[in-house]
Design a protein around this ligand. Structure first.
Ligand SMILES: CC(C)(COP(=O)(O)OP(=O)(O)OC[C@H]1O[C@@H](n2cnc3c(N)ncnc32)[C@H](O)[C@@H]1OP(=O)(O)O)[C@@H](O)C(=O)NCCC(=O)NCCS
Length: 120
């Protein structure tokens, strides 16, 4: 069974003014989820350089349990492309519903913030 990179419950502080979960919170969770395997591969700090093709398929509600799954798509010279899929389990259900997906690109950097090669 594939384990999610992160699993977290959406709290009231994560809501938008209309009471559903704020899209920016979902993106930040996906960014963290993609960075975890990217950092492991890079063996150094990584920064996000791009977020592409993000699609919000379904809303997330307060109390939903969000799970983000990360799949490495490409390892380049200094970059790692990770596809992140986000699912929720609503409070009353164990069914997993795909809510959001996107592709994130991370670049490995050194302590002077210069890009560095990904180790083979
Ligand atoms: C990341 C950073 C060091 C890259 O510097 P750079 O010299 O401009 O890098 P390059 O344009 O040569 O790109 C580096 C790699 O990223 C990839 N890349 C850059 N922009 C990209 C984009 N928009 N989409 C996909 N890949 C991209 C390049 O293809 C290259 O990959 P490769 O080495 O595997 O072939 C610099 O852009 C930076 O510091 N950005 C800010 C990062 C940041 O603060 N993020 C937010 C908080 S984490």
């Amino acid at each position: 069974m594939i384990e999610p990179s992160i699993r977290i419950v959406a709290m009231p502080k994560d809501a938008n003014p209309d009471g559903d979960v704020f899209g920016g919170w979902i993106l930040s969770m996906m960014d963290i989820a993609g960075a975890i395997p990217a950092r492991k591969i890079a063996k150094t700090r990584v920064v996000t350089v791009a977020m592409d093709n993000v699609q919000f398929h379904m809303p997330i509600f307060i109390g939903d349990c969000l799970e983000c799954y990360s799949h490495i798509e490409k390892i380049g010279t200094t970059s790692i492309t990770v596809r992140v899929e986000a699912f929720v389990e609503r409070r009353e259900s164990e069914e997993k519903i795909k809510v959001t997906e996107g592709r994130l690109v991370y670049v490995a950097i050194d302590k002077d913030r210069r890009k560095v090669p990904i180790p083979k």
